[in-house]
Design a protein around this ligand. Structure first.
Ligand code: ARG
Length: 263
């Protein structure tokens, strides 16, 4: 009887050693596999909610990040995010300091297409005019040559305000680093209007502190579609992003992420 118990104890001990060994190998294999997963650097400018913003811990967050993370999971790569001023995003790819731009960037701009390659588009947008709640301005056509109008540096909004200035439709094109700065100057009365992407303006107005002071007016201008940018010629990464995006649209994950940030 005693001999049987001893054999049982030896057998159970041996099994435990084998199982612990296997678990260790499993952890080592996982660590090795993780080490082999490519991590790309993505850059953004996070005053563009709900696409690109910062969460309560100051971490970069938004629709763009959730979508890119889902694409990365689908295609077997990882992404880490860095924030830069918007006009530094394309230079970061040209200098190979970064791999991807996740910044609600219009993919249909020829000047940009000459410098970087874009993924398939993932969001259709356009520009709107923001004015103070009590303003008589009805839209871009009611701007007058004494006005100051702002847009974010390097963006399609800045292109439009510079065009309006060049055509003497406004007195001053105010080009600012951050959309939040433009909103502040509008609410302070330092400028008479801001041009901004429609979904972002809508998001700012959702916050009472802005919705009580400013409003959008007029039609949506200059339709554009957002894409993820990669370094010129990086067809491999461009294909991974396109394939991942197509899969997410197919399996419903795109809609799930859209609902989280827009509904
Ligand atoms: N869609 C506009 C453009 O492509 C504005 C993008 C601003 N994005 C940002 N993350 N601040 O120029």
């Amino acid at each position: 009887m005693k001999k049987n118990n001893l054999l049982k104890i030896i057998f159970v001990s041996l099994m435990m050693v084998v199982l612990i060994g296997l678990a260790g190998c499993g952890d080592k294999d996982k660590a090795k596999a993780d080490k082999n997963v490519k991590t790309y650097t993505a850059v953004t400018e996070p005053t563009f909610p709900p696409f690109d913003t910062t969460d309560e811990d100051g971490e970069i967050a938004g629709f763009d990040m959730d979508l890119m993370n889902a694409i990365a999971e689908d295609q077997g790569f990882k992404v880490k995010y860095k924030s830069l001023e918007f006009d530094a995003l394309i230079p970061a790819l040209e200098s190979k300091q970064a791999d991807i731009i996740t910044a609600g960037m219009n993919a249909e701009d020829p000047a940009r297409q000459a410098k970087v390659d874009f993924s398939d588009t993932y969001y259709d947008s356009g520009l709107v005019v923001l004015v103070k709640k009590d303003s008589d301005i009805k839209g871009v056509d009611s701007f007058t040559p004494d006005m100051a109008v702002a847009g974010q540096i390097g963006t399609t909004s800045a292109d439009l305000v510079n065009e309006l200035k060049a055509d003497n439709k406004i007195a001053k094109a105010v080009v600012l680093n951050k959309n939040s700065e433009a909103i502040q100057q509008l609410e302070n009365g330092d400028i008479q209007a801001v041009i901004m992407d429609q979904p972002v303006a809508k998001n700012y107005l959702k916050h009472k502190k802005h919705g009580q002071k400013i409003k959008t007016v007029g039609e949506v201008l200059n339709a554009e579609s957002y894409g993820f940018a990669v370094q010129k010629g990086n067809k491999e990464l461009q294909k991974k992003i396109n394939d991942g995006l197509a899969n997410l649209k197919e399996n419903g994950k795109y809609d799930k992420i859209y609902k989280k940030w827009f509904e």
